[in-house]
Design a protein around this ligand. Sequence first.
Ligand code: AMP
Length: 280
Amino acid sequence: MVTIQSPQETLMRINRLKKEGKSIGFVPTMGALHEGHLSLMRKAKEENDVLVVSIFVNPIQFNNKNDLEKYPRNLEEDKKKLESVQCDILFAPTVEGMYPEPVTEKYDFGELEQVMEGAFRPGHFNGVAVVVKRLFDITLPDRAYFGEKDFQQLAIIRRLVEMEHLPLEIVPCPIVREENGLAMSSRNERLTPEQREKAAFIYQTLQLAKKRKDDLCPSPLKQMVVNIFDANPDFKLEYFEIADEKTLQPVTAWGKQENVRAFIAVWMGDVRLIDNIRLN
Ligand code: AMP
């Protein structure tokens, strides 16, 4: 594996590989790698000639200064994990390298960005779109891999690819969980072992919501989850939403949509966790 910091050098190297007819599988990450990330990389390695991974904690997608400052960073550990999945190129740029000039791009994702993460984290998805577009321009992927853990992000990236007519395929990958059901996340590193055990409650509640779907309409089902979290002092619920998988708009009655998913964002101390589950 080669590690490259410079965007220009990365672009030149990948350009050469593409001219040789090699296909590029790309996995963008913010590091602090775990099995969730590695599952995307294994798939990308399997389906392409060359695996390119980026590690970049993107400041412009953080709307919370504390979250950015405390985001876990451990490049040396990450490199070992990348070797284990036979990553070919690690692109690990600096903030100055990615943003030599002030960022001016403004994307409009319409209703997709007005709900859930978009509503509670102003500017987040614009920051995501700006960095992902730049990363695509540098790494020239044939396929790029994204986790369903960040389901709304996946929808935004698909829209970005459509809007910008980008010649690449977006490959969705299922959520990887801890043994207790907690969705793997770099932010889990900031939980104490005890909190990490207790955080299994989030997925247990999502599973309960799925189980009660046939007895309850969306609105009382949502209320049930709100009540469950109100009664648990370990968490502060930010939102629980039931939405159409395609439009991400709230579902008020069952039956009209093809696929419906429940989405949750919850605070455990000063750590914000998200998860989702398909309901049908
Ligand atoms: P991040 O480093 O958090 O920006 O995540 C990089 C990529 O890994 C994104 O496409 C995430 O959706 C994906 N990812 C993160 N956690 C998981 C997980 N538990 N299961 C599957 N994919 C994940």
